[in-house]
Write a protein that binds this ligand. Structure first.
Ligand code: NAD
Ligand code: SER
Length: 313
């Protein structure tokens, strides 16, 4: 039987591009987009969309059984900055959404689940540079706590119930097809828009705040490669570190100045800098490389060239 895929959170930054890529590789008729809100025109026009609140478990069950779904990509969540404004709701959405899907998978109805974690699982006591796969993890944001707890539950459902759940700790993601939805790394998308609009940008992070980042094309490829990897290769059932590039606001600004010479960056630091201070500078992804041959293709230079080209079109 061929895969029938449901992407929940399909109108978001990752969901938009993931749905498009999955439809291209698995067939449009095999990929259903679901979200609380309507996705963009390209996603809507390319295949089926269903409106779904992942907190409504019976509704999720109905969508899954009516469409004979075999794989779920669960992307609906509150991101780090938004979550800090409403911690209790963030906890509810990020955890109950995951439980709803894991429990349906436990019954054998879904064969495979993708659920993303984040570099936010690390905290101030984790090693900052080349943060290893396994290390001290004491996240201080509600978002990071929910991702760390989610990782433990994913591993638990795999060990106890054999649920084939796979996960990646995404770094900050940079894309041109869809806007980010309330994270600490969002500045690294906005900066390209503002550079093209008025050659200046005011950044909410400190100029030297280095964070792990990744171009969306790499992130989508990593997601699909992980999901397509043979089951015996998946040795980690919490979540895999993956690494793309690391840069500070000053460094991304310099890479833009190589294309737009008059571009200026100013700083007006806010609460998101405190979140970023607790996250790693860079990540070691040796386990992902060993287990499923992961390798990023984009560095800062190539990404800046690509972002500016695509956004100016
Ligand atoms: P996003 O905010 O852009 O998209 C989330 C989508 O989920 C939105 O379209 C929203 O409408 C939808 N949604 C919210 N509540 C819902 C509900 N109750 N039912 C159904 N849909 C609902 O987020 P994103 O950046 O695409 O992130 C997707 C996942 O990846 C999240 O779990 C996030 O934590 C994780 N992640 C993202 C990044 C990043 O840089 N974008 C980095 C690390 C991890
Ligand atoms: N990009 C995400 C955020 O900033 C990291 O998980 O919230």
């Amino acid at each position: 039987m061929s895969e029938k895929i449901l992407v929940i959170g399909a109108a978001g930054q990752i969901g938009t591009e993931l749905v498009l890529k999955l439809r291209e590789s698995k067939g449009a008729e095999n990929v259903i987009a679901a979200d609380l809100k309507k996705p963009n025109e390209e996603v809507l026009a390319g295949g089926k969309f269903v409106q779904l609140d992942i907190l409504d478990e019976p509704a999720a069950r109905t969508v899954i059984s009516d469409n004979s779904i075999t794989e779920v990509y669960l992307l609906a969540a509150l991101l780090s900055a938004t979550a800090e404004k409403n911690p209790m709701f963030a906890w509810k959405l990020n955890m109950d959404g995951l439980f709803n899907i894991l429990n349906i998978a436990k019954e054998g109805i879904i064969k495979k689940v993708f659920w993303p974690s984040s570099i936010a699982v690390f905290g101030p006591s984790s090693p900052k540079k080349n943060t290893p796969q396994t290390t001290i993890m004491e996240p201080i944001t509600v978002y990071g706590i929910s991702k760390q707890a989610g990782e433990r539950w994913c591993e638990y459902y795999f060990r106890q119930y054999g649920v084939d759940v796979r996960s990646i700790r995404y770094p900050g993601l940079i894309s041109y097809k869809s806007l980010p939805g309330g994270g600490t790394t969002d500045y690294a998308v906005d900066i390209y828009y503002k550079a093209l609009e008025n050659a200046s940008f005011t950044c909410f992070l400190d100029e030297n705040m280095k964070l792990p980042m990744m171009y969306m094309e790499d992130a989508i490829r990593a997601t699909i490669e992980l999901m397509d990897a043979p089951i015996e290769n998946i040795k980690i059932r919490s979540s895999y570190n993956i690494s793309g590039m690391s840069f500070s606001p000053k460094e991304i600004a310099q890479s833009i100045q190589n294309h737009i010479s008059g571009f200026k960056i100013n700083y007006s630091i806010d609460y998101r800098n405190k979140i970023a201070e607790t996250w790693p500078d860079s990540i070691s992804d040796s386990s992902a490389r060993e287990d499923w041959d992961w390798e990023a293709r984009y560095g800062l230079k190539e990404m800046t060239k690509n972002m500016l080209k695509n956004l100016s079109q």
